[in-house]
Ligand binder design. Structure first.
Ligand SMILES: NC(=O)c1ccc[n+]([C@@H]2O[C@H](COP(=O)([O-])OP(=O)(O)OC[C@H]3O[C@@H](n4cnc5c(N)ncnc54)[C@H](O)[C@@H]3O)[C@@H](O)[C@H]2O)c1
Length: 271
């Protein structure tokens, strides 16, 4: 639904918007006055967001160039400008390197998690320039900072995002386009439901997180918001871990503490 709003209200497009961190980002940006183009392959999941005023939904695969160009076109047609792009869509998984189909999976991981971001930057940049500048925030992961078991392909994509962001940030800095990333740690979303549902695995991960709990998606969205905002006007080319201290820990299990195993944050919990 689109309602007439002040021409000056900023406009963002957000990928991976139907669920988890992307959905929390759309809702936070919307609450704080942004108009939003919400992009996802999950058309059904997008339907709930399209009910919000000044949010338009676009079903599409970020690995296809046409999706990012359509997102920017929609932003310009519906709202007349673009100020931020949140390139968050991502998929997980890897499996044993020697297993059948592992390289096809690797190619798909790169297509969504890395190519999707390059295409998003490519499509957004001209519209951001036309607005006098803007911000791009990509989603990497703590899995891009080091390796995880059985996760080699995902690890490679998330590390690639960190250096893609550095290189692109250098090229666009003089055009007043800032490009940064977040590196989420364990966050309660559909992507991680399998880990959390597994009592031993969930507890093992939680015991490596100094905060001793997983993040709520909104806690990731808050840092995306900061990086996209004028408060971060001199920040570009960085990846900010949002991980309760996980990446600061050398891997030592923390002693069990009540209320282990998995104290999770609730929506809006910033403790
Ligand atoms: N949840 C975590 O613990 C965690 C940790 C580190 C990084 N991340 C990253 O955060 C991002 C968001 O993940 P999430 O945890 O919110 O998961 P999620 O599964 O809840 O949301 C991901 C969304 O991306 C969409 N998507 C997947 N492939 C797509 C494609 N090709 N084109 C368009 N949309 C697509 C899905 O439909 C889904 O709505 C991902 O990049 C993920 O790698 C998550």
């Amino acid at each position: 639904m689109v309602s007439p709003v002040a021409e000056a209200a900023p406009v963002a497009f957000v990928t991976g918007a139907a669920s988890g961190i992307g959905e929390a980002t759309v809702r936070l940006f919307h609450e704080r006055g942004h108009r939003v183009v919400a992009v996802d392959v999950d058309e059904e999941g997008l339907a709930k967001l399209a009910l919000l005023d000044d949010v338009v939904a676009l079903a599409g695969d970020v690995a296809e160039e046409a999706t990012s160009t359509a997102a920017v076109r929609l932003a310009l047609e519906h709202f007349g400008r673009l100020d931020a792009a949140v390139l968050n869509a991502g998929i997980g998984g890897s499996g044993p390197l020697e297993s059948p189909g592992s390289i096809e999976r690797f190619d798909r991981l790169f297509a969504v998690n890395v190519r999707g971001i390059a295409l998003g930057i490519r499509a957004a940049a001209p519209a951001l320039r036309a607005s006098g500048g803007g911000a791009i925030v990509a989603t990497s992961s703590v899995s891009g900072l080091r390796g995880d078991p059985g996760t080699w392909g995902y690890n490679a994509t998330k590390a690639a995002v960190i250096n893609l962001v550095r290189g692109a940030a250098i090229d666009y800095a003089a055009q007043n386009i800032r490009i940064n990333a977040i590196a989420p740690g364990g966050t309660v979303t559909a992507l991680t439901s399998g880990v959390l549902a597994h009592p031993e695995l969930g507890e093992a991960v939680t015991r490596r997180i100094p905060a001793q709990r997983w993040a709520a998606p909104r806690e990731q969205a808050e840092v995306v918001w900061f990086l996209a905002s004028p408060a971060a006007s001199y920040v570009t080319g960085v990846t900010v871990p949002v991980d309760g201290g996980l990446s600061a820990n050398g891997g030592i299990l923390l002693p069990p503490q009540a209320p282990l195993p998995t104290r999770t944050a609730t929506e809006g919990d910033n403790t």
